[in-house]
Design a protein around this ligand. Structure first.
Ligand code: SF4
Length: 66
């Protein structure tokens, strides 16, 4: 399976381990062939633009995430 190159270090893994986010994010973006190209986090990382750990792949902010 081809996954996003930042899969292992992405804060979403921590949120998943803590059961705070649905696995659909990973399926639709992180583990989706080319899906990460649509990810807001991926784009910002590529551009070297800082972004918060509680930003989801669609660019929305989940205030419940630490
Ligand atoms: S959230 Fe985005 S940057 Fe993080 S692993 Fe998934 S696709 Fe990559």
């Amino acid at each position: 399976m081809i996954v996003c190159k930042w899969y292992a270090v992405c804060p979403l893994r921590r949120h998943e381990r803590q059961g705070k986010i649905d696995m659909r994010w990973s399926k639709q973006y992180c583990k989706s062939s080319g899906g990460w190209m649509r990810c807001r986090r991926y784009k910002l990382e590529t551009q070297g633009v800082a972004h918060p750990d509680n930003m989801l792949p669609d660019g929305s902010i989940d205030e419940t995430l630490a």
